[in-house]
Design a binder for this molecule. Structure first.
Ligand SMILES: *Cc1c(COP(=O)(O)O)cnc(C)c1O
Length: 390
């Protein structure tokens, strides 16, 4: 009998078969291709009558192990691993859309995803209509006969808004379109979009899944028929994850639950500290009662995540000054690292947008985004406090 194990156990005990050396920790399979016993073995493998590795662009024991774990964690049927999160997102669209198709997406999406929608997909005659985070009621009116995909991230970057996954799942079902969710900020430990009706879940594994700022990676999991299309697209276009990164990321998953628990605990304390700070206008954290979608967050997330956004008093200049006075935390573009990272979107990542466009994605001039790390909580708070007071 196959007893279903818990999340933490699956993350640790899902493993490739041991080799002749009976290793306890799975080895790294650095090989571009695999060998066959004879002509029949090779024919049957290519015909997919056998599940054998052929070439590492198609599959490799390390990427297979990594994907199996994410599939388990997300409650999906199948998956495929990519070199980066953007490769996972692009390949999902590339595989599932045709010329003339239409996408409906939340406007608050990762910057490169927005560029994909506005600059590249239109080259293949695929248009995207946007709704804002507080316009979920408008989605019905955006859907056309050619709409194929409803796309969203929650929590969003960098505004930390929350979208109601159950509501999105119901809308997608009603219109018979695919729901694709970027679950990067939550990780499957906090939130499983498939339970709410998502057909595909994509991740940047670069963030909390690696969790230590070492490697890039991406993954798409979901329904077998859809993943099959994504796999065939990727097998032919070549965005595969390297075996080394898969090995690193599979090890990372063994500690995902404990790491994310601690990230969230630290983030919760930072959010409460900032909420009471005299130099802060407001704080956005999903598990603060003051968050506009607090009730929804509580329903669909186990904990509030590790990203806290807040507005420092004094606009753009105050935001820049805050960053300049940070002593310990890192000024960096990554997130979900062991190290706490602060960014000021209005003067950096989103500086090319004008103020109105920034406000569309909840970025005010003084908005600071913090990816809370695993340092001792007092040290994180002390650094933020001295930078706010300086
Ligand atoms: C970082 C990120 C991506 C892109 O992932 P890469 O691994 O950098 O390509 C996509 N979505 C979200 C929400 C992200 O934070």
């Amino acid at each position: 009998m196959n007893i279903k194990k818990h999340f933490e156990t699956e993350a640790i005990r899902t493993q490739s078969e041991r080799s002749q050396f009976s290793e306890h920790s799975v080895p790294l399979y650095i090989t571009s291709s695999f060998v066959f016993d004879d002509a029949e073995d090779m024919r049957a493998s290519f015909a997919e009558e056998k599940e054998k590795n052929i070439y590492s662009r198609f599959s490799n024991p390390n990427t297979t192990e990594f994907v199996e774990k994410i599939v388990q964690m997300e409650g999906a049927e199948s998956g495929y691993a990519f070199a980066t999160g953007m490769a996972a997102i692009f390949s999902t669209f590339g595989a599932l859309l045709s010329s003339g198709d239409h996408v409906v997406s939340c406007r608050s999406v990762f910057g490169s995803t927005h560029t994909l929608f506005t600059k590249y997909l239109p080259k293949w005659n695929i248009e995207t209509s946007y709704f804002k985070v507080d316009e979920v009621d408008k989605i019905d009116s955006l859907i056309k006969p050619d709409t194929k995909i409803l796309y969203a991230e929650t929590p969003t970057n960098p505004g930390v808004d929350i979208l109601d996954l159950k509501q999105l799942g119901q809308i997608a079902k009603k219109h018979n379109i695919l729901l694709v969710i970027d679950n990067c900020f939550a990780t499957p430990y906090l939130q499983r979009p498939i339970e709410f009706g998502a057909d595909i879940v994509v991740h940047s594994a670069t963030k909390l899944i690696d969790g230590q700022g070492r490697v890039l990676g991406g993954v798409a999991v979901g329904r077998t028929d859809l993943i099959r299309e994504i796999y065939l697209f990727s097998r032919n276009t070549g965005p595969a994850m390297s075996p080394f990164n898969a090995w690193v990321l599979s090890k990372s998953l063994e500690t995902l639950a404990v790491r994310v628990e601690k990230h969230c605990d630290n983030a919760n304390q930072v959010a409460k500290f900032l909420e009471n700070h005299s130099n802060v206008n407001w704080v956005r954290y999903p598990f603060l009662k003051s968050h506009p979608q607090y009730e929804v967050a509580k329903k669909q997330m186990k904990l509030g995540g590790n990203i806290v956004a807040f507005e420092v008093k004094g606009g753009i200049e105050a935001g820049r000054k805050f960053l300049n006075n940070i002593k310990m935390c890192s000024l960096s573009a990554n997130l979900g690292d062991t190290r706490t990272i602060v960014t000021h979107p209005a003067s950096t990542t989103h500086s090319k947008l004008d103020e109105n466009d920034r406000l569309e994605v909840s970025i005010t001039d003084g908005l600071v985004r913090i990816s809370i790390g695993l340092e001792y909580i007092d040290d994180i708070i002390n650094d933020l406090d001295q930078a706010l007071k300086a």
